[in-house]
Design a binder for this molecule. Structure first.
Ligand code: DON
Length: 320
């Protein structure tokens, strides 16, 4: 008989959390400024610009959701938080020989810094860096196995095995990902990638095409808000030190050339994706996911950022 896992008592609920979250969802739904839906991956252009979702999972397990919190969307670059976690689990600090951890100040798909910097991408969240991280997860495996490992990790973290890959989005990016192919080939020429470029890119395109809802994403990232542990089961996912460092990279690099603005306005570690999702972490307090497909000029969700700014202001959750 497997003993029941003791559930933590509900202590210190966040006052007014549900009201604040539903207010924000209503305010966002009413706003006329919605940003521009990404079209460079043709399948993403089908997203509804009027969609908006938010999910907040507080330390005591309290869940507050608003809007389209249970509608799955393409998580795109938000997946890079989880692939970074997996790659660090595989090779630890050796990862930093393959990828840096400085903000780039450049767009997410930029190639310019790679030439002067010997093919080593600035950080694990720009496309070049995330492709290098994916290559680490792939080493020693077939692409299908690596992808299975990433997906099982998401199932484990979110406690939800229904999470899957949107094959139409993956195929759409496979057909049109010329820039990523250039980045990967360029890194390969510096021996930064170990595996065949097509294999690494295949895994990368597919993990970017994972579809999740705000609720699932916030569930999956709880360990980052709670010193590396899943607060409901007590299971350790990573050490507290590693969780802190992943958060630091999210804060400095998670929004590309918009990272400074996001820190200034929201004040939380965050990771965006061109599907319009943003994952944000309030250390010790909550894991938060928002989704609105319209993007700003840096490729980050326009209303997602505004919603997070409202949330952190109303709850006093900025880390600063
Ligand atoms: O590689 C790409 O361009 C996409 N699969 C992911 C980019 C992305 O999400 C950038 N985020 N804001």
């Amino acid at each position: 008989v497997i003993p029941a896992i003791p559930q933590p008592k509900v202590t210190n609920p966040v006052p007014d959390l549900e009201r604040i979250v539903s207010d924000i969802a209503e305010e966002m739904r009413a706003r006329p400024d919605r940003g521009e839906v990404a079209t460079y991956i043709p399948e993403l252009a089908r997203a509804d610009p009027n969609a908006f979702g938010i999910a907040v999972i507080a330390a005591d397990g309290q869940v507050a959701v608003g809007g389209d919190a249970d509608v799955p969307f393409s998580i795109q670059s938000v997946s890079k938080v989880f692939t970074l976690t997996l790659a660090l689990g595989k090779i630890g600090n050796l990862l930093w020989k393959r990828v840096g951890r400085e903000p780039s100040g450049s767009p997410f798909n930029s190639i310019v810094q790679l030439e002067a910097e010997h093919g080593i991408p600035r950080n694990p969240f720009i496309n070049a860096g995330a492709i290098a991280v994916t290559d680490v997860i792939l080493s020693g495996h077939q692409p299908r196995e690596a992808l299975g490992e990433i997906l099982r990790f998401m199932h484990f973290l979110a406690e939800d095995s229904s999470i899957g890959i949107d094959e139409a989005v993956a195929a759409s990016e496979q057909r049109t990902g010329f820039r990523n192919r250039a980045l990967a080939n360029y890194m390969k020429s510096f021996d930064v990638l170990e595996n065949p470029v097509d294999y690494t890119l295949g895994v990368y395109f597919h993990h970017c095409a994972i579809a999740m809802s705000c609720r699932q994403l916030a569930m999956a990232a709880r360990f980052l808000a709670h010193g590396g542990r899943n607060p409901s089961t007590g299971f350790s996912v990573v050490s507290a030190e590693r969780a802190r460092r992943i958060n630091a990279i999210m804060l400095t690099c998670g929004h590309y050339d918009g990272s400074g603005e996001f820190a200034y306005r929201v004040g939380l570690p965050g990771k965006s994706g061109v599907g319009g999702g943003i994952l944000a972490i309030a250390p010790g307090k909550a894991s938060i996911a928002v989704w609105s497909p319209g993007l700003d000029a840096s490729g980050n969700s326009h209303l997602g950022r505004i919603a997070l700014e409202a949330l952190t202001q109303r709850l006093g959750w900025s880390v600063f």
